[in-house]
Design a protein around this ligand. Structure first.
Ligand code: KIV
Length: 272
């Protein structure tokens, strides 16, 4: 396996498969708005995920369930405008694809047509096989998502590690094979044992991108606000914080308030 790093001017679903074949790890991060996506893209992140975690991070909901298709399209449209290099993958939100494959297709088409995103992501395996199949038949690339699937949080009851028991692990392995077989271009594995994630990554030819799934997969994804330390109350074991922006931003904004109150801001050079 070659570790020579191939440069990509524009990352495509094909590039991701190549990266896996060449043992080149894939970096993926969320973004939900133009300014953040500009920074993420310029840092050469391979995939920008317009995640339905926007429901938590941007809108302040407790779960990802409330976000609507229109809201996802709004976020995706802003991100697409910023992304010059990265592949932009957009989550299809809860309730827009599970029950009816025709609705799934309509939702995916709206995302692609109205936002200009490059691919969609859905949560689940065999249960949503027909919906995925229909979207793929329309020529829309689909990324799968297995393990802890936040849209099913009320079924799980908690955000703890999934697939620790053999039965659930076996279903996850079978689902990963199924997603590859029906034509998904990649799979996200969330919060499952590292050993299982490695086994899954080695069992399929499409890239497997982990979040809380250890180092044996083909790439990693994080929520950008978590990585930057803006969401300081969220502290799962899998999260590496590269900054503590919550504290830095609070201090800066607090200083601004003081400066306004004390008439220190604006000074003469900041005035016309
Ligand atoms: O919505 C999201 O941010 C996600 C990632 C956690 C993979 O699905």
């Amino acid at each position: 396996m070659s570790t020579a790093k191939k440069e990509y001017k524009r990352v495509t679903v094909k590039s991701l498969v190549e990266m896996k074949q060449h043992g080149q790890k894939i970096s993926m991060l969320t973004a939900y708005d133009y300014s953040m996506a500009k920074i993420v893209d310029a840092a050469n992140v391979d995939v920008i995920l317009v995640g339905d975690s926007a429901s938590n991070v941007m809108a302040g909901h407790e779960t990802t369930l409330p976000i609507t298709l229109d809201q996802m399209i709004y976020h995706a449209t802003s991100v697409v405008r910023a992304a010059a290099r990265a592949l932009v993958v957009v989550d299809i939100p809860f309730g827009s694809y599970q029950g009816d494959s025709k609705e799934a297709l309509r939702s995916a088409i709206r995302i692609m047509k109205e936002s200009g995103g490059h691919a969609v992501k859905v949560e689940g395996g065999s249960e949503i096989q027909v919906s995925i199949g229909r979207i793929l038949e329309a020529g829309i690339p689909v990324m799968g998502h297995l393990g802890l699937t936040p849209q099913s949080i009320y079924k799980f009851g908690t955000y703890t590690v999934r697939a620790k028991e053999e039965e659930e692990a076996d279903k996850l392995k079978a689902d990963a094979k199924l997603l590859e077989q029906i034509g998904c271009f990649a799979i996200v594995l969330e919060k499952i044992p590292a050993k299982l994630a490695k086994e899954v990554a080695e069992s399929v030819n499409i890239p497997v991108i982990g979040i809380g799934a250890g180092a044996g997969v083909d790439g990693q994804v994080l929520v950008v606000h978590d990585l930057l330390g803006m969401t300081h109350e969220f502290n799962p074991r899998f999260l590496r914080r590269y900054m503590n922006l919550y504290d830095d931003m609070s201090a800066a904004i607090g200083q601004y308030v003081n400066d306004v109150k004390s008439s220190d801001f604006p000074n003469e050079s900041e005035s016309y």
